[in-house]
Ligand binder design. Structure first.
Ligand code: HEC
Ligand code: HEC
Ligand code: HEC
Ligand code: HEC
Length: 140
């Protein structure tokens, strides 16, 4: 009810602000920079991945990466303000996700991150974002 009143007020100032206003309601955007690393099903040799979270938030929607899971184990689309869990809290070998390609952090991350990066390379015709070292920098 409060939200509706707020939206009505905002709408008086600028049409469409309610839609961006919905994003503002989600105060917790998480860390700006994250180093991702498998902990539940780690590889013998750790391969941490860089992840400029804030940079991705500039161009992508939260729901492009975040989602939930229903009681039936199926994916539930992201809704604004929902609780955001670690990918590994669902994407791990002994979890509910049967698809082997998705049942590890590596699998889920590659299906999300690497797939988009490769698609970007296809669009630009350059081999840049899809390279392993973009996310897994070589140790100095
Ligand atoms: C390109 C993919 C992507 C986008 C877009 C994205 N996030 Fe994230 N976000 C992640 C990943 C990956 C993590 C780290 C999850 C993990 O540690 O397993 C994360 C972590 C978080 C966390 C911390 C969760 C925790 O418990 O550590 C919050 C909060 C969060 N994101 C909110 C948002 C919000 C709000 C948006 C939209 C404004 C957003 N994210 C957009 C990928 C994304
Ligand atoms: C609350 C549980 C849960 C969390 C947290 C979660 N996922 Fe998922 N995810 C699922 C379920 C369930 C599916 C559907 C699996 C299937 O189709 O077999 C799924 C599917 C996927 C898919 C394939 C479908 C698609 O949307 O492309 C990718 C990629 C994916 N998740 C990546 C991630 C990433 C990256 C994170 C962390 C930012 C994450 N997931 C966090 C439960 C979760
Ligand atoms: C839907 C597309 C998309 C998804 C999903 C995505 N990215 Fe990206 N990522 C991009 C684009 C586009 C850029 C280049 C942005 C720029 O340079 O302004 C980028 C840039 C990066 C960079 C920085 C490269 C540089 O310029 O140094 C890293 C690291 C990265 N992404 C890691 C990840 C990780 C890890 C994930 C998954 C958690 C992820 N990305 C998910 C599209 C995506
Ligand atoms: C767009 C970003 C991105 C690209 C490109 C990418 N990865 Fe990953 N990779 C990740 C993320 C995120 C994870 C899960 C977190 C982690 O690093 O453990 C991961 C996990 C892994 C793991 C498992 C690490 C572990 O401890 O379980 C291996 C191995 C791996 N990647 C190899 C590769 C190789 C080889 C390539 C190039 C062919 C590549 N990755 C390209 C983001 C990327």
């Amino acid at each position: 009810m409060k939200k509706l009143t707020l939206c009505a007020v905002l709408a008086a100032f600028a049409l469409g602000l309610c839609f961006t206003g919905a994003a503002l309601a989600n105060a917790d955007k998480g860390p700006a920079e994250i180093t991702l690393e498998s902990t539940v099903d780690p590889a013998k040799k750790a391969k941490p991945s860089l992840f400029p979270h804030a940079k991705h938030q500039e161009t992508l929607a939260c729901g492009d990466c975040h989602h939930g899971m229903g009681a039936d184990g199926k994916q539930v689309a992201y809704v604004d303000g929902q609780e955001i869990g670690k990918c590994e809290s669902c994407h791990f070998k002994a979890g509910k996700i049967a698809d082997k390609k998705l049942s590890t952090f590596k699998g889920a991350a590659h299906a999300n991150c690497q797939a988009c990066h490769k698609a970007e390379d296809k669009k630009s015709g350059e081999k840049k974002l899809g390279k392993c070292s973009v996310c897994h920098p070589k140790k100095k």
